[in-house]
Design a binder for this molecule. Structure first.
Ligand code: UD1
Length: 423
């Protein structure tokens, strides 16, 4: 029997919660554990399905992985892997398995992977990952859906990315960590998770500089040591709760939240009429009137407005005063939640990569289906402000990226629970 998230709308959110560690920081860091033979202890690791699958992949490949879910720690020791082939079944379920390409190449000079899966939000090619590796002398052959990498003739050098892809930057960065000489990535992605991956690798003795800028320089080192590392808080979870606070005209404080990682969103929420306060470790939001629509929201690579907050922001626009134009520049099919919002009374017109949203004074509850992680979360947010009961089906998508979503929203006063759907 499948689960459903049941939301009884109409309650404003009040109180404070702590934001979990960033999934998108943890996933490449797990791949980065392959770079060292020594034990790495990762702290504050959430129990969410994407992270669990990534650990499972590493374990299946022969790594020693020990999780303590209560303490939220994971100890990883990759003394030797038994295979350099990423198990295809799991790789198809989780796109970040592709990050292992870079670290496998660095450590073993070879890797074999299938094309990765993940949320269906567009075509999501990996051509930039592969062309960057080719520029460094990796021989790549593709057949029957498998990508074979032979890095025996790999050399340091310069890679110029045509687009600042997060995954390609992380993969190429990892591939060069143990390579003799200096490797430069130009037009690299600048996301906070890139800085965190570099900080993690540097904490083990790597030499990476420039992470967070558009030029990253990696000085190869002979080997990395072990160590302990706590990845950064999740900026998308931070943003999701801030938007929920704004939609419900509430007043909430998020601990373990970094304002510098969500600045583009804070600006929009301030323009909507919310009062925002922050310090080095927390962000508070409060608003006691209907939010004003943002004239335009354009998703861009960091520090622009993140594509991973587009769906949640669009949900906010559905009940804001005025008209908003939401343009999705990164992924082509990221409006799958729109037909579901229409069932709740939203007024949205989608044309190609643009959604025109006319704010309505209220939504009504409905049975809706999530088709991807962030779209699913946005439907729960819409349910928080809808009259009556909203049932969000396919919550497993939400479980990929939010730990205890219903519990955390309930702690803030929402009426949200998980039930088994009746057949
Ligand atoms: C990462 C995030 C994801 C987020 C995205 C954009 C992780 C685990 N996932 O995904 O949540 O939505 O960044 O911020 O960190 N592209 C190519 N060729 C490539 C690679 C990418 O054309 O080889 C395109 C993609 O199709 C997309 C754009 O570049 O249109 C951005 O993709 P990218 O930055 O690589 O995102 P991911 O690393 O997949």
């Amino acid at each position: 029997m499948q689960d459903v998230i049941v939301v009884e709308g109409g309650k404003s959110l009040f109180g404070e919660i702590t934001v979990d560690t960033a999934k998108n920081a943890v996933l490449p860091i797990i791949a980065g554990c392959i770079l060292t033979k020594k034990e790495v202890v990762l702290k504050n690791i959430p129990n969410i399905s994407d992270i669990n699958k990534m650990f499972e992949i590493l374990s299946l490949m022969g790594a020693d992985v020990k999780r303590d879910l209560r303490l939220k720690t994971a100890s990883v020791k990759v003394e030797e892997l038994t295979t350099v082939e990423i198990p295809s079944g799991l790789a198809k379920e989780i796109r970040s398995s592709i990050f292992m390409l870079g670290s496998l190449i660095a450590r073993y000079k070879k890797a074999r992977v299938t094309y990765p899966g993940g949320c269906d939000i567009g075509s999501r090619p990996i051509d930039l990952h592969l062309s960057g590796l080719r520029d460094l002398g990796v021989k790549i052959t593709e057949d029957y859906g498998y990508i074979e990498c032979d890095a025996t003739a790999m050399h340091s050098g310069v890679v110029h990315l045509d687009f600042p892809s997060v995954g390609a930057t992380e993969n190429i960065m990892m591939s060069a960590v143990l390579l003799e000489g200096q490797t430069t990535i130009m037009n690299s992605a600048k996301e906070p998770e890139i800085i965190d991956l570099a900080s993690f690798i540097n904490s083990l003795g790597g030499k990476i500089r420039g992470a967070g800028t558009s030029t990253i320089v990696i000085e190869g080192v002979e080997s990395l040591s072990g160590g302990e590392y706590t990845p950064i808080p999740d900026r998308i979870i931070t943003g999701t709760y801030l938007i929920a606070g704004c939609m419900t005209q509430g007043s909430i404080k998020l601990n373990n939240a970094r304002y510098q990682d969500v600045y583009a969103l804070l600006n929009k929420l301030r323009n909507a009429g919310a009062k925002i306060d922050y310090d080095q470790k927390s962000i508070s939001i409060s608003i006691n009137k209907r939010p004003l629509a943002s004239a335009s929201i354009d998703t861009q690579p960091f520090p622009g407005f993140p594509t991973d907050l587009q769906a949640q922001m669009l949900a906010l626009q559905t009940i804001s005063e005025g008209i908003s134009i939401v343009t999705e520049n990164l992924f082509e099919t990221r409006f799958k939640q729109v037909p579901e919002l229409l069932k709740m009374g939203a007024k949205i017109t989608v044309k190609d990569r643009m959604a025109i949203v006319k704010g309505v004074s209220s939504l009504h509850g409905a049975e809706v289906v999530s088709y991807d992680l962030r779209g699913g979360a946005s439907l729960v947010l819409a349910g928080l402000v809808a009259d009556g009961v909203t049932k969000v089906f396919n919550p497993h998508f939400i479980d990929r990226g939010y730990e205890d979503f219903e519990q955390k929203l309930s702690m803030l006063g929402a009426s949200v629970r998980r039930e088994q759907a009746k057949p």
